[in-house]
Design a binder for this molecule. Structure first.
Ligand code: SAH
Length: 504
């Protein structure tokens, strides 16, 4: 089994850095079912080709490593098999073993290049392809590849015998190397459609990891998922459900309007994407995020906590601003943290960036020592998700124990709900909201917490300021009284301006 990877990016020999395989050497790696060799048929400034050659040892394939063991009753099949048939998934395992860091998009020597799209040509001269050349096109073309898949005749001497099950595949495109490798890692076995090893439940995680950023939106994701998981229906079902979540999370402006809650009534969207109401909701989410960011910048914070970070919409914005040297997302929901990791592309970020980010699972109603000592914390659209009797526990954990210098809180203004057409009177904006406060109720809560824990508070709002019912979102910035942030006391006299500034 042979796969070659060519780039004409200059200097092309940088490919060696990205793959962490020196162009001058032939390197051999042991595989559970044989051996993989990496070498460079050509390597100069203008053009560089790396080749991965996998040799299958049928004995090892049968009796060998843990991963190759087939279900019982298949003993003979392990030895007597169509060798190339097995090879696609072996080639894929070899890719992941031999080019591990490149698959993750990591590169010690060329991090910027690893993150950039470069001209690439991939060739697999003999690929078993169930569904023929046409399927290869359907699978690779949506990912930005130009696909040439030529069926290989069964026997060149007897063309009338027709085509074999193999194609000669060439892909060309301008992509990040990591994306290209992940496409191959998932899709070669999919085209082959005959996994050589027993599919374990953790294959779903592997598929979603390798498919991050491209599988959820792929028009053939159903077929890809079924085949990758060797037609194990329960696993494919799980994978599809998770992909659907990811896809929703990706759709603009769903941004944060699909999160467990955004403070806007899902009920009011009516006509689907693109209605005026949708635009209004999306723009409120953006304005809220901007207002929170402005308050954080204003506070001079560099190490910040996003408490109840949900799918990570704010985290992404925080990470984009270099003044925030440490950004921590905290949520009780593992699913939300997973979405956040994906949205941040954590697994693809250069180490330097990733080191600024932490995602912690934690319940905000319990003291957590990890949260102490930060400059600022955000509670954006979170408090209303707690049962009122649990609120004091959050107050103690956040204001009493973690004690950040600044706390920015946002929450819906229930008075504004009458302005949402389609929101049934008396209903909250989101099914998971346990309460929604009037302006007076929010102000009373803020005052009480500030007094109890030694903070001073400035109230504000986000969104259009309705003369009768106020802004759709309420916001408070609480500053620890003894805080020695960059803002000194004199500076705080402009707090009314700040209120104005967030009242946009
Ligand atoms: N801040 C985000 C998400 C708001 S949704 C945004 O504005 O887009 C509320 C989030 O709070 C959810 O992700 C939910 O999982 C989280 N949450 C609710 N109760 C929590 C608790 N007790 N501890 C930690 N997180 C909690």
């Amino acid at each position: 089994m042979l796969l070659t990877l060519t780039t004409t990016h200059r200097p092309a020999t940088d490919l060696g850095h990205l793959l962490v395989k020196h162009p001058d050497r032939v390197q051999t790696f042991d595989l559970p079912a044989g051996a993989a060799h990496v070498f460079y048929p050509e390597a100069d400034e203008a053009r560089c080709t790396a080749a991965l050659l996998v040799e299958v040892d049928p004995l090892k394939l049968g009796g060998g490593g843990r991963r190759n063991r087939a279900p019982e009753g298949f003993a003979l099949g392990q030895y007597v098999n169509d060798r190339p048939y097995a090879a696609s998934s072996l080639l894929s395992s070899a890719l992941s073993k031999v080019f591990r860091s490149a698959l993750r998009g990591e590169s010690r020597d060329r991090p910027e290049l690893a993150a950039s799209a470069i001209p690439l040509t991939v060739r697999v001269p003999v690929l078993r392809c169930r569904g023929g050349a046409e399927l290869a096109v359907r699978i690779f073309a949506p990912l930005g590849w130009t696909v040439t898949a030529t069926p290989i005749p069964l026997d060149e001497t007897y063309p009338e015998w027709g085509d074999s099950r193999y194609v000669d595949l060439t892909l060309t495109g301008t992509l990040r190397l990591a994306d290209a490798l992940n496409h191959l890692y998932v899709l070669l076995p999919v085209l082959d459609d005959a996994k050589h090893y027993w599919v374990a439940p953790d294959e779903v995680d592997k598929l979603l990891r390798a498919g991050a950023g491209w599988l959820a939106g792929h028009p053939e994701r159903g077929l890809i998922t079924r085949r990758y998981l060797a037609h194990r229906r329960a696993l494919a079902g799980e994978a599809m459900a998770r992909l659907t979540e990811l896809r929703l999370a990706d759709e603009p402006p769903a941004d944060d309007s699909i999160e467990p809650s955004t403070g806007e009534p899902a009920e009011s969207s009516g006509g689907g994407a693109g209605t005026a109401e949708d635009v209004r909701r999306a723009s409120l989410a953006v304005r809220r995020r901007e207002a929170v960011l402005a308050a954080l910048r204003d506070s001079g914070a560099s190490r910040v906590l996003d408490l109840g970070c949900g799918g990570g919409a704010l985290l992404t914005a925080l990470v984009a601003d270099r003044r925030f040297t440490e950004v921590v997302g905290v949520d009780v929901s593992d699913r939300s943290l997973g979405l956040a990791a994906r949205r941040l592309r954590l697994d693809r970020l250069p180490e330097r960036q990733r080191d600024r980010i932490r995602l912690w699972q934690s319940a905000l109603t319990y003291r957590d020592d990890r949260l102490r000592g930060y400059d600022a914390a955000v509670l954006m659209e979170v408090v209303e998700h707690l049962d009122p009797p649990r609120l004091p526990a959050l107050e103690d954990a956040v204001f009493g124990h973690a004690r950040p210098g600044t706390v920015v809180v946002t929450t819906p203004n229930v008075e504004y709900n009458v302005r949402y057409e389609g929101l049934v009177p008396g209903r909250f904006r989101h099914a998971d909201h346990r309460f929604e406060w009037t302006r007076a109720e929010f102000a009373a809560w803020v005052d009480r917490v500030a007094a109890a824990y030694g903070y001073t508070a400035v109230l504000g709002g986000v969104g259009d300021d309705d003369p009768e019912v106020g802004t759709p979102t309420q916001m408070a910035v609480l500053t620890r009284a003894e805080s020695t942030g960059r803002r000194d006391r004199a500076d705080r006299s402009d707090s009314n301006d700040r209120k104005e500034a967030t009242n946009r």
